[in-house]
Write a protein that binds this ligand. Structure first.
Ligand code: SAM
Ligand code: SF4
Length: 454
């Protein structure tokens, strides 16, 4: 059916959810709902949720809770909980959000349209958390894109088979499934035609792309994407350390569009904790992979994810993680306090760590990393780097006092994923320009452009 009205979509969580929200927007658009950023105008509100940590889950309930009053004044408003919390909670979501109309699980996208029809024709409270062997395939609708039209996420696989003991992903996103290479190439070709310059290929463990389906390997997929005209940069996440193959390292080294940046989540520097997490590698194996990577790609930037306060983590184990940061010198890290998830086995592990203790470890870790992030940024001073222009600079952080306030500032990213601010009136979003780096700050670089290439 075709309706007329506005759709407001709130996205919580990871890059995959950003991608999924664009798919949901496209489905709604095909049913006549135009995307709006004005919540008050909405005739349908979708909250695309994340359950990776307790805080993200609470954010979803609190966002949807706001619509109790609004729905009283606007009874035709349809409220939807989509994504991981929807999959996890099912029917139970109605108990916490009584005014909710639809609970749309992670594998129910292909049925979203008919579900809206059913609600429109008077059906109340629909839950769809059924599994689906097929991945929902639909070409992107560029009119539904978020603001950034230069850099796009493309999910290449869904679910996960790794079952790390702290993680909800296998429980809410299902078993690992890979998309067909032809579908991925068609999608990226369409994105390139729409002006997209950079794609980030997404999966929970991209190294195992296509293995179950006996399709081409991930390095071969990278090579195929590298051949797409109009795409200038290729990124990917996430690579699992246990499966980081030499072929992937060579692909990063040899394919000109693959950025020299790798996100390789280590989670902990302690072998005891890595074993309890079921990560499938040791600290030594992780370091070995990093050494191999740095040998082949000496300028590669490295980032990682770390969880502190996993059950039974002692100060000694935590020190192992701190020392790993000193040994590897990552360019940046994402660090989290362990969050208990009832569907993940670690929730039932003994020796849970006190919340204050977790906070203290997290602060210590972030404090140490700040030193290395700034150090890595300072190493860029004097270099001439290619920067993909993303937009106008927002409010500049402290430390930019030397910059004239009246000067027009733009912002972009280096291949190594570092943010660069620079003064210019003559570049447009999507240009790749050479910038001489002159200053480095804890979170970004600053420099002068040398010339544009379109
Ligand atoms: N597949 C990726 C991998 O294996 O590294 C990670 C995906 S997960 C969406 C992103 C990050 O969230 C993880 O790397 C981990 O650091 C963090 N995370 C997952 N479960 C968590 C939990 N229960 N508590 C705290 N952080 C968690
Ligand atoms: Fe979660 Fe581990 Fe799978 Fe990553 S590899 S999604 S952390 S279970």
């Amino acid at each position: 059916m075709k309706y007329s009205g506005y759709a407001y979509i709130k996205t919580i969580g990871c890059q995959m959810n950003v991608y999924d929200s664009e798919k949901l927007a496209a489905i709604l658009n095909s049913y006549g709902y135009e995307k709006t950023i004005d919540m008050d105008k909405a005739d349908i509100v979708v909250c695309n949720t994340c359950s990776i940590r307790h805080k993200a889950e609470e954010k979803a309930f609190s966002f949807l809770g706001r619509f109790a009053k609004i729905k009283k004044k606007k009874p035709h408003l349809i409220t939807v909980m989509a994504g991981c919390v929807a999959q996890q909670e099912g029917e139970k979501a109605f108990a916490r959000v009584p005014h909710l109309d639809i609970v749309l699980g992670t594998q129910a996208f292909s049925r979203f349209g008919p579900i809206i029809d059913a609600i429109k024709s008077g059906k109340k409270k629909i839950v769809d958390i059924k599994n689906s062997a097929m991945i929902y395939e639909a070409l992107p609708d560029t009119s539904c894109f978020e603001e950034n039209k230069i850099s796009k996420f493309v999910t290449i696989m869904q679910g996960c088979d790794n079952f790390c003991t702290y993680c909800v992903v296998p429980h809410v996103r299902g078993r690992e499934r890979s998309r067909l290479p032809a579908a991925i190439i068609e999608e990226i070709t369409l994105l390139a035609a729409a002006g997209v310059k950079e794609v980030t290929l997404l999966g929970q463990n991209v190294n195992s792309y296509g293995q179950k389906e006996a399709q081409i390997s991930f390095p071969k997929l990278l090579a195929a994407v590298n051949d797409i005209a109009g795409i200038h940069r290729i990124r990917f996440a996430t690579s699992h350390p246990k499966d980081l193959s030499s072929d992937l390292i060579y692909a990063i080294r040899d394919l000109d569009k693959v950025c020299s940046h790798l996100h390789l989540p280590v989670q902990s520097g302690s072998n005891k904790i890595l074993k309890k997490m079921n990560r499938g590698y040791t600290r030594e194996k992780y370091i070995d992979r990093i050494l191999k990577l740095r040998k082949e790609c000496p300028d590669i930037a490295l980032s990682t994810d770390i969880i502190v306060g996993f059950p039974s983590e002692t100060w000694g184990d935590f020190k192992d993680t701190m020392n790993l940061l000193r040994e590897i010198e990552f360019d940046s890290i994402f660090a989290f306090a362990y969050s208990d998830r009832s569907s993940a086995p670690a929730a039932r592990f003994s020796d849970q760590i006190d919340e204050d203790e977790k906070k203290e470890r997290l602060n210590n870790l972030l404090g140490l990393q700040e030193y290395y992030t700034e150090k890595k940024n300072k190493e860029q001073i004097g270099k001439i780097l290619d920067v993909l222009v993303e937009g106008k600079s927002g409010k500049l952080r402290d430390g930019f006092d030397h910059v004239q306030k009246s000067m027009e500032q733009m912002v972009g990213r280096t291949q190594s994923n570092k943010i660069v601010h620079f003064p210019s009136k003559d570049v447009i979003i999507g240009d790749i320009i050479k910038i001489r780096i002159e200053n480095a700050y804890p979170h970004s670089l600053w420099g002068h452009p040398l010339g544009a290439q379109r």
